[in-house]
Design a protein around this ligand. Structure first.
Ligand SMILES: [Ca+2]
Ligand SMILES: [Ca+2]
Length: 216
């Protein structure tokens, strides 16, 4: 038992802590490079639709376990209407493809070379902060009822949106340092702002309908 505890302490990929505060699920990383994914069961229907599984990978644990399932059914006392993710320092990696929305999402990747992928999700609103470090932020096949805001922070960041529909405003503010931003098949219904600042940036937009686009 003592040996097991010692081994746990020297793992390099840390532990993620889950908390439910009122109707918010909080996913909190540590200073190590944390990796996790959130998924609903594949092809899930009915009651299974409301069970989210948060799985650690690359030896990251979730509350010291390989994975945790959370019931998010509106009939359950553990109903959540928003998820916040705060991964701290280290090169963190998160995949969110729960397919159970809509819910609000706030992600703070913290410092480090981080990677975030949002796939086939339905959100009420999304805020993403990349912090220092070279981050990869990928949004694919998502619907956002309100506003999506992405702040990749310092570093050579890459933000990609593909096949995504935003019912109000889109803001991508990567004004700090060199930015790569790619939008393909993205629709917005309200103001669209892309801010890249003065560094050497690369912006590509194809097959999009972007309402009131301003690029600075
Ligand atoms: Ca971390
Ligand atoms: Ca960054």
């Amino acid at each position: 038992m003592e040996i097991e505890q010692f081994e746990r302490r020297v793992l390099m990929s840390g532990n993620i802590t889950l908390k439910i505060v009122r109707d918010q699920l909080r996913i909190i990383g540590d200073a190590e490079p944390n990796s996790f994914k959130i998924r609903a069961p594949s092809g899930a229907q009915g009651i299974d639709y409301s069970i989210l599984t948060i799985t650690g990978y690359d030896t990251t644990t979730i509350d010291e376990k390989p994975f945790i399932s959370v019931v998010v059914d509106s009939q359950s006392p553990f109903w959540v209407s928003s998820i916040s993710v705060n991964l701290g320092s280290g090169n963190d990696s998160a995949l969110i493809a729960g397919e159970f929305g809509p819910y609000g999402l706030t992600v703070d990747l913290g410092d480090g070379d981080d990677s975030l992928s949002l796939e086939r999700e339905w959100f009420t609103a999304v805020d993403v902060y990349g912090g220092d470090g070279n981050d990869k932020i990928n949004v694919e096949g998502c619907n956002v009822d309100r506003t999506m805001q992405i702040f990749p922070g310092g570093g050579r960041d890459r933000t990609t949106l593909y096949a995504t529909y935003i019912d109000r405003k889109l803001l991508i503010d990567d004004s700090g340092t060199s930015a790569t931003i790619k939008l393909d098949t993205v629709n917005t219904k309200k103001k669209t702002e892309i801010i890249t600042g003065n560094a050497a940036d690369r912006v590509s937009i194809s097959n999009c309908y972007l309402y009131q686009l301003s690029a600075l």
